[in-house]
Write a protein that binds this ligand. Structure first.
Ligand SMILES: Nc1nc2c(ncn2[C@@H]2O[C@H](COP(=O)(O)OP(=O)(O)OP(=O)(O)O)[C@@H](O)[C@H]2O)c(=O)[nH]1
Length: 210
C-alpha cells in the first residue's frame, strides 16, 4: 500500500516550444535540460508533494505541442483533474493560439477540470511580447482558476505552480469527501439511499480517489 492520500492527473498543453517539458523536468527532477528536444506524443512524470499533513501524488502528463500529435494528446484531457495551459511570454503567437487551446479543453476535458494559465520564460524580460496584465486579463475573462508567470530556466514560480495545483485539488477533493460522508451518515440514519448519494459515489470513483 502506498501512503499517499490522493493521486491527481495534471496535463500540460500549449504550443510547441513554450517550455512544457522544461517546467515538468524542473519540478520533478530539479534540472533545466540542455537542448531539450520536442516531445513525441505524451510523456509523464510523477512527484509527491505535501499539502498540510497529506501526501499528494501528482501524475504530470507532458503533451506534445506540435499539431501532428493533436489527436493523441486530446485523449488525455478527459481524465485530467487539472489542465495547465502554457504560453511563452516572449512569443506573441503562442499567446494568440490560446483561444484554440481553450476550445480543445472545452471540447475534450471534464467540465469541472481545474484550469491554470501559465506564461513561461519570464527570465526573457528583454524579449517579452506579452505583458503580465494581458495574461492575467485573459485568464480572468476565460474562466481560469489561476494564473501565474514562470521560468523553467531560473525556477521562478515552478514549485509554486504545482504546489498550488495540488492544494486546490486536495481542498476540492476533501470537500467532496466531506459531503459524501455526510450523505453516508444520513443514509445510515434514515435507512435509505438518495439519488444524490449515488451520484456522489460515482463522482468519487471517476475522480480516482485512492
Ligand atoms: N529562456 C528560457 N527558455 C526556456 C524556458 N523553458 C524552456 N525553454 C527553452 O524553450 C525550448 C522548448 O522547451 P520545451 O520544454 O521542449 O518546450 P515544449 O513546450 O515541451 O515543446 P514541445 O515538446 O514541442 O511541445 C527549449 O530550447 C528550452 O531550453 C524558460 O523558462 N526560459
Amino acid at each position: 500500500m502506498e501512503d499517499y492520500k490522493y493521486l491527481f492527473k495534471v496535463v500540460l498543453v500549449g504550443n510547441a516550444g513554450v517550455g512544457k517539458t522544461c517546467l515538468v523536468r524542473k519540478f520533478t527532477q530539479g534540472i533545466f535540460p540542455p537542448g531539450q528536444s520536442a516531445t513525441i506524443g505524451v510523456d509523464f512524470m510523477i512527484k509527491t508533494v505535501k499539502v498540510g499533513e497529506d501526501k499528494i501524488k501528482l501524475q504530470i502528463w507532458d503533451t506534445a505541442g506540435q499539431e501532428r500529435f493533436r489527436s493523441i494528446t486530446q485523449s488525455y484531457y478527459r481524465s485530467a483533474h487539472a489542465i495547465v495551459l502554457v504560453y511563452d511570454v516572449a512569443c506573441q503567437p503562442s499567446f494568440d493560439c490560446l483561444p484554440e487551446w481553450l476550445g480543445e479543453i472545452e471540447q475534450y476535458a471534464n467540465r469541472k477540470v481545474l484550469k491554470i494559465l501559465v506564461g513561461n520564460k519570464v527570465d526573457k524580460e528583454d524579449e517579452r511580447e506579452v505583458p503580465e496584465r494581458i495574461g492575467k486579463n485573459f485568464a480572468d475573462a476565460n474562466g481560469f482558476d489561476y494564473f501565474l508567470e514562470t521560468s523553467a530556466l531560473d525556477a521562478t514560480n515552478v514549485d509554486t505552480l504545482f504546489q498550488e495545483v495540488a492544494t486546490r485539488l486536495t481542498n476540492d477533493m476533501k470537500l467532496t469527501d466531506e459531503r459524501f460522508h455526510n450523505f453516508k451518515s444520513n443514509e445510515n440514519r434514515d435507512g435509505n439511499i438518495s439519488i444524490l448519494d449515488r451520484v456522489l459515489e460515482r463522482a468519487k470513483c471517476a475522480n480516482c480517489r485512492t
